[in-house]
Design a protein around this ligand. Structure first.
Ligand SMILES: *[C@@H]1O[C@H](CO)[C@@H](O)[C@H](O)[C@H]1NC(C)=O
Ligand SMILES: *[C@@H]1O[C@H](CO)[C@@H](O)[C@H](O)[C@H]1NC(C)=O
Length: 257
């Protein structure tokens, strides 16, 4: 296969180059970090009092106990966001939004996907976090009969009352019409914070929104894996044919070797 040959060539070339010391620094700065956003702590640490669905992160979290409580409340002080903008969101659907909030606020393993944010209320955001297949599919399954008026929930609301309302000209429809596929839901609802993947929970290649903390946090290894893939790209001497080649390859493909 053409691509596989390229990757092999790139890897051989990479091994022939001495890896600059900065590669390790680049990689480590992506691990065990909190984004610079509205409610995140400056650095992760233990939070013994985390609430409800956020408890899986209690050993090491970017959220405070208060934030974890608020993550479970409607129109919480976190963002004043109203899940029920087209009528009551069913509980089985809402729990996915709570879990999504817990991951976003609490996870110290999103470093490889933290990017500068173009907004007034936060300096950084996450972009293209590879979400595990089951997390995305179950979210969509449980929400297909919930109702909304917007595809992108980050932008375009009418906030004149202080709470997000459907803007004029939109109508309330079931999720399954607004988001025809699970990928549409996971990728579009938060302006591509998540990327839909075919990787399954436990694969070590995708971020889990839901996990059982008795076996530790599986996202630690996932972040390390993608940070290493990024570092391989960064380690190639700038301007070399290799760096151009590596830049063309998706990290997942690169790190599969
Ligand atoms: C947490 O919330 C309580 C009650 O709303 C408040 O009194 C307290 O100051 C908050 N703690 C922190 C650390 O923000
Ligand atoms: C926004 O909401 C207010 C209050 O409900 C309404 O008067 C106004 O027409 C709405 N504007 C738009 C652009 O939807």
């Amino acid at each position: 296969m053409m691509v596989a040959a390229w990757v092999l060539l790139a890897l051989l070339a990479l091994l022939a180059w001495p890896v600059p010391a900065t590669a390790a620094t680049v990689r480590d700065s992506l691990l065990n970090v909190c984004m610079d956003a509205k409610h995140h702590k400056t650095a992760p640490g233990p939070e013994g009092q985390l609430h409800g669905q956020c408890t899986p992160w209690k050993d090491n979290a970017c959220c405070t106990a208060n934030t974890s409580v608020q993550a479970h409340q409607d129109q919480s002080y976190l963002y004043n966001f109203n899940w029920d903008h087209c009528g009551i969101m069913p509980e089985k659907c809402k729990r996915h939004f709570i879990q999504d909030t817990c991951l976003y606020e609490c996870s110290p393993n999103l470093g490889p996907w933290i990017k500068p944010a173009d907004s007034s209320w936060r300096k950084e955001r996450i972009l293209h976090v590879p979400l595990c297949l089951e997390d995305c599919e179950e979210w969509w399954e449980d929400c297909q009969n919930a109702v909304t008026c917007k595809v992108n929930w980050h932008k375009g609301w009418n906030w004149t009352t202080g709470i997000n309302q459907c803007p004029r000209g939109t109508s309330c429809q079931k999720f399954r019409y607004v988001f025809p596929t699970p990928a549409d839901l996971c990728q579009q609802i938060w302006s591509h914070s998540y990327r839909y993947t075919a990787y399954r929970r436990g694969s070590g290649r995708c971020i889990q929104m839901w996990f059982n903390p008795s076996q530790g946090n599986p996202n630690v290894a996932v972040a390390r894996y993608y940070a290493q893939a990024n570092a391989a790209v960064a380690a190639a001497p700038a301007g070399s044919p290799l760096s151009h080649l590596l830049a063309l390859l998706p990290p997942a493909l690169l790190a599969r070797l």
